[in-house]
Design a protein around this ligand. Sequence first.
Ligand SMILES: [Zn+2]
Length: 68
Amino acid sequence: MSKEAMRAEAERLIKEAMEKKAVAVKRVDTRIEAKCGKCGAPNKITAAPGKTRVEYTCKECGHKQRAL
Ligand SMILES: [Zn+2]
């Protein structure tokens, strides 16, 4: 294997590792604090990665709604 090929291989591995890390970060769920539209109680909800709208049920009054 030539020096150039070895360097290219090393760079490829670093790039792959960085991409994996980026994906791992994106997979972390987002926690949103939403106020119930019916009773105003604060609800802590967990949003799946990539989702901006989350359906949840209020823990106080059971009202089903969507949080942004
Ligand atoms: Zn409520």
